[in-house]
Ligand binder design. Structure first.
Ligand SMILES: Cc1cc2nc3c(=O)[nH]c(=O)nc-3n(C[C@H](O)[C@H](O)[C@H](O)COP(=O)(O)OP(=O)(O)OC[C@H]3O[C@@H](n4cnc5c(N)ncnc54)[C@H](O)[C@@H]3O)c2cc1C
Length: 512
């Protein structure tokens, strides 16, 4: 292993962890003028932040746990985030059927009334009552469901949100180091010195005035084993799994169903040809990196969905499953589903040493507000900010998101006017993924052939180069499971060819 060179540059803030929380903090801090360094052991957004249900939501069920602060903040974030990233975030309608024997209708109506009014909803449509025997949303359901309610929340391409925050942070001067693990950190001469190892086994050191531990499910491990800190805070690891089946019904609406065990789960149209069903909620004790959907969870989700749909769903219908570990703050709740979903920031700022702030819990939905709280806590320990004022991240579009929230169709039409050779489906996908930056990817192309070799599912050489050059992608996995979900549409051979191409780009980097 090479020896660790000492770097002379001192960053204001170093961040361990390139999930949504780490990248959100990096973006906000860079925009405010602080110098930022972020290291991520694997791919950006490759852990929990790629395994969510992908909802920007207030969390209807958290009302039952009186989490009004969290629900209000999350509800307010829906339209803010839709506004700064309308390519990867968009409104959805959720159908909640009334199930005789479970929560009574008055309770559902009261919950939805609070949900509609707590969070400053302006553009999203309000709740309405449905007669399911007459409404198209009732068609795929079992006939016993007669009445239902329909309300609004938003969808987010979770791992893309992470990478766009990282991209924007880098464009504003942050150093983003994916595939770089922090192996140790110590307070030395009034600064944090971190020792980092990258994927080639090369080691280097970085110094910073303050440190953020945003390692998600590894937050306690980083505190104890990497930073050797003495912290009483504990993380409660709660596993959640999802299954993907072939599309179950027509229409763009989603369902939120109640289970007899008191849990709720979602059924959501997914990646054009599929339906996403999830999630589960159970305590997890293993290595977060090794988490997988178990046969028992898959059976539970199939049985739960079959209780609502006219046509049963079986494990044989499952084409893909994924699983993640919620890094919740351990508040001593008895059931995993009752553990708080709110975030907790733990500050360790000795009078004679640099500050350390650790992030526990949080939702993708609240990442931007979490970042603001983190910087509020760290600001007294940093030089005066020289950039934008607090709140700027709710105004400035994320890369490619600089078009009106309701302007997606117009953006697709405009792209097809400028690039008439693009098929409707490809143009729609490119705008969903890259927004206005689809033009940077397409460049001067005048024909499909100008985009280079095709790799299947409309994925071209030009797109792979763009993902490599602008979105930190290095492997086929980064491309087909984190920057996109094209893995659902590609064969093993096609994915292997993408891997070879990504390797050739990496080799070219190394030589030049
Ligand atoms: C099943 C499930 C469903 C969910 N659904 C939703 C939802 O619909 N909406 C919502 O808002 N939220 C949802 N959440 C919550 C949300 O996904 C998480 O709160 C969020 O992704 C956590 O992000 P993070 O950045 O804290 O952690 P992560 O995304 O896990 O990032 C932490 C990163 O730290 C890195 N790391 C660890 N150790 C080191 C080290 N030593 N050096 C460098 N890097 C390191 C890891 O590699 C990892 O990438 C869901 C979560 C789960 C599990």
């Amino acid at each position: 292993m090479a020896s660790a060179p000492d770097t002379s540059e001192i960053h204001d803030i170093a961040i361990i962890g390139g999930g949504i929380n780490g990248c959100g903090i990096a973006r906000d801090a860079a925009g405010r003028g602080w110098s930022v360094f972020l290291c991520e052991a694997g791919d950006l957004g490759g852990a929990t932040s790629a395994a969510s249900t992908k909802l920007i939501h207030g969390g209807l069920r958290y009302l039952e746990y009186y989490e009004f602060r969290l629900v209000r903040e999350a509800l307010m974030e829906r339209e803010v985030l839709w506004g700064i990233a309308p390519h990867i975030i968009w409104p959805l309608r959720f159908v909640l059927p009334h199930h005789k024997g479970l929560r009574p209708a008055w309770m559902l109506r009261l919950g939805l009334f609070i949900y509609d009014h707590l969070g400053g909803r302006k553009k999203l449509p309000p709740t309405r009552t449905l007669r399911l025997r007459r409404d198209p949303a009732g068609q795929p359901l079992d006939v016993r469901f007669v009445r239902g309610y329909e309300y609004s929340d938003c969808w987010v391409e979770d791992s893309r949100l992470v990478v766009l925050n990282a991209r924007d942070a880098a464009d504003r001067g942050a150093e983003i180091a994916p595939r770089t693990r922090c192996v140790s950190g110590a307070r030395e001469d009034g600064l944090w010195t971190l020792t980092l190892t990258d994927e080639r086994g090369e080691t280097r050191k970085v110094r910073a005035r303050a440190l953020v531990n945003a390692a998600g499910p590894w937050v306690a491990e980083v505190l104890q084993q990497v930073l050797r800190a003495n912290s009483p805070a504990a993380v409660r690891a709660v596993q959640g799994s999802h299954i993907v089946v072939r599309r179950l019904y027509e229409g763009e609406h989603c369902y939120i169903f109640q289970n007899e065990d008191g849990r709720i789960f979602f059924v959501i149209p997914y990646e054009r040809d599929f339906t996403l069903i999830g999630t589960t909620d159970r305590d997890y004790h293993g290595d977060p990196a090794a988490v997988r959907a178990s046969a028992e969870e898959i059976a539970y989700l199939c049985d739960s969905a079959s209780a609502y749909f006219a046509k049963p769903i079986t494990p044989a219908d499952v084409v893909w499953a994924y699983s993640g570990v919620r890094p919740l703050y351990d508040d001593g709740a008895s059931k995993a589903q009752a553990a708080t979903r709110d975030y907790v920031l733990e500050m360790d700022a000795p009078s004679d040493g640099p500050a350390l702030l650790s992030v526990f819990g949080g939702k993708i939905t609240t990442y931007r507000r979490l970042a603001e709280s983190v910087l509020d806590r760290l600001a007294p320990h940093l030089p005066a900010a020289r950039g934008a004022a607090k709140g700027w991240t709710g105004q400035a579009a994320l890369p490619g998101g600089d078009f009106p929230p309701e302007g997606y169709a117009a953006e697709v039409a405009s792209l097809r006017r400028d690039y008439p050779f693009l098929a409707a489906r490809l143009a729609a996908r490119l705008v969903r993924a890259y927004g206005t930056r689809a033009r940077a990817l397409l460049g001067a192309a005048a024909r499909m052939e100008d985009l280079g070799r095709g790799f299947g599912a409309d994925l071209t050489e030009a797109e792979l180069r763009y993902l490599h050059d602008h979105e930190f992608a290095r492997t086929a996995d980064d491309v087909v499971w984190h920057r996109s979900k094209l893995g659902l549409h590609l064969s093993h051979e096609e994915i292997a060819a993408i891997e070879r191409f990504m390797q050739s780009l990496a080799t070219a980097d190394a030589h030049g």
